[in-house]
Design a protein around this ligand. Sequence first.
Ligand code: C5P
Length: 306
Amino acid sequence: MTRRSSQTPGPVRVRVPGKINLHLSVGDLRADGYHDLVTVFHAVDLVDELTISPAERHTVSTEGASAAVPTGGKNLAGAAARLLAKRTKAGGPVAIQISKQIPVAGGMAGGSADAAGALLGCAALWGLELTRDQLSEIAAELGSDVPFALAGGTAVGTGRGERLSPVLARTPLHWVLALADGGLSTPAVFAELDRLRSHADPPRVAGVQDMLTALSSGDPAQVGAALGNDLQAAAISLQPGLRRTLRAGLAAGALGGVVSGSGPTVALLCADPAAAAEVAAELAGSGTCRSVRVASGPAPGARVIG
Ligand code: C5P
C-alpha cells in the first residue's frame, strides 16, 4: 500500500490548528454510541507545534498546556504514531514533543490536532508517500475531528464529523477566544444533551444553509448572526458560568458568540482585528473567563514546517 521516499533523519516539525464549530447540529444517539451531526468546522491560527524524532521507545512530552494532558497509551499523538506504523508496517519508536497553544479539553479539538500532527510528522519522518485521503482514513479511526485537523480551512463535516467537504470561504474572520477554568469531557457533554432532550426538547439550531450563505456573503455580521451549536445548552448546563462569558463578550461589542464544540471555550466573532483587540481587552477584565486569546481563520491544516 505504501511507497517509501527517502527517510528524513529527523526531527520533523509540524504545525496544526485548533478549530471552532461555526454551526453544529446534533442528531439522535446512534447504536454505536455516536451522534450523527452536521457541522461547519473552521480552523483558526491558535496552533500546536509538534517535534518528532526517532527514539529508543515511544514517548510524548508536552509544554505550555492549560491542563494535564493524557500520557502513555491515552495520548492521541502517541496513538496516532502507533496506528500509522501498524497500518503501513513502517516506522519505529518516536519521541513526540508538543508545544501547546490550543486549550486542553476546551472544545477546540486540541487532542485531535496533535493526532493529526503526529500522523503527518511520522509520515514525513518515515518517508511514507501517503495521499491526503489515505492519511484522512487513518485519522478518522483516531477520532471524529482528526480528519478536519489535517484538512484545515473551513469545511462541512457530516457522519460523526469525519466526512468532510470543503467550503470556499476565504474572507478572514477575527475571533476572541475566552478560555475557561478547567475543561469539559466531550462524551459527558453529548450525554448531557441526550439527558436534556429526554426531559424536554431544547430548541435546535437552524439548518446549515444559513451559515453557508453567511460565509459566502463574506459579511462577518451575517456569520455572527448564524452561529449556532446544539451542544451549547449542554455545555452551559454543566458549566453555567459560560452564559456570563457569552453575555460579556456580546456586551463588549462582539458580532456573535458561540460555545466551541463541546466547550468550554467561547468563541466571539468580531468585525476586524481592531474590534477583536477591544473585545479581548474588555473580556479579560470582566472576570468571566480564565484568559483570552485573539485568533483568526481560516487557518491551514496540519503542515510540516521544518
Ligand atoms: O470521535 P471522538 O473520539 O473524538 O469522540 C469522543 C466522544 O464524543 C465519543 O465517544 C462520543 O461519546 C462523543 N461523540 C458523539 N458523536 C459524535 C462525536 C463524538 O457522541 N459525532
